[in-house]
Design a protein around this ligand. Structure first.
Ligand SMILES: CC(C)(COP(=O)(O)OP(=O)(O)OC[C@H]1O[C@@H](n2cnc3c(N)ncnc32)[C@H](O)[C@@H]1OP(=O)(O)O)[C@@H](O)C(=O)NCCC(=O)NCCS
Length: 215
């Protein structure tokens, strides 16, 4: 099999983690470069992969698959904004699954990234451009919308619904059946027992609104 050239969008820590994952799949992916609008990075290497230029140079690489390596708890909508700015068809987006992830036949949307040790326990559906960092747990009947970010060790009980572009911090635990609204942020270490409204930031044990928002 000929490895498909892969361009990373973003040249930060997540991009380096994706590079490490795809290097374990040399027959599938060939990471040829990263694009980042930070001009200071242009011409540098990230873990041996060249930063080729800004996002406006994407058209110079029409044959490469693309993966958005952007995730930020303070800007949970940023990855899907980037995706819509680039306007690529789904077939250009790479779905990257670390060989040590367990997917149980789940259907993964275009552009989704699962890093080492992610476990999905049944054949559910995961949206497009989802990022699950190491050791994330997604269980039976969960619904994961487009653009969701799970930091490492975030865990969902069964039947949890996670709305578009929500961000779950490291080690967050979500009780079965709870809904996390679109664009909501759940702080690291939170234990979420109740629905989190869209756009709010909740943290703590048990999780409560962080900024005095009404629950
Ligand atoms: C929830 C979060 C987004 C808030 O970030 P922030 O808006 O910058 O908030 P601040 O750090 O200014 O903290 C605001 C208050 O919330 C508290 N707080 C922040 N995060 C908290 C958390 N996870 N649990 C409990 N309290 C928290 C702070 O102690 C502070 O309280 P104070 O006002 O009484 O001093 C952030 O702390 C977080 O958990 N991010 C996820 C980090 C993560 O998982 N990263 C993975 C990277 S790979």
């Amino acid at each position: 099999m000929t490895a498909r050239p892969l361009l990373l969008i973003g040249a930060g820590g997540l991009a380096r983690e994706v590079i490490a994952a795809v290097r374990l799949l040399p027959d599938v992916w060939n990471p040829v470069g990263a694009l980042d609008d930070s001009t200071a990075l242009h011409g540098t290497l990230i873990d041996g992969v060249p930063v080729l230029g800004g996002l406006d140079s994407l058209d110079d690489h029409p044959d490469a698959a693309v993966v958005a390596c952007v995730a930020n708890a303070r800007r949970p909508l940023s990855r899907l904004s980037l995706v819509s700015r680039l306007g690529l068809p789904d077939e250009r987006w790479a779905t990257v699954v670390h060989p040590a992830a367990v997917t149980s036949g789940a259907r993964l949307g275009a552009g989704t990234v699962l890093l080492a040790g992610v476990v999905i326990t049944t054949s559910l559906e995961v949206g497009r451009h989802v990022v699950a960092m190491p050791h994330v747990l997604i269980t039976h009947d969960d619904e994961v919308s487009d653009g969701v970010t799970f930091a490492g060790r975030a865990s969902l009980g069964g039947g949890v619904v996670v709305g578009e572009s929500a961000y779950l911090g490291q080690g967050a635990l979500v009780r079965e059946g709870v809904k996390i609204g679109a664009g909501a942020v759940v702080g690291m270490g939170a234990v979420v027992l109740r629905d989190v409204p869209a756009g709010q930031t909740w943290a703590g044990v048990p999780a409560r609104p962080l900024r005095g928002e009404s629950a």
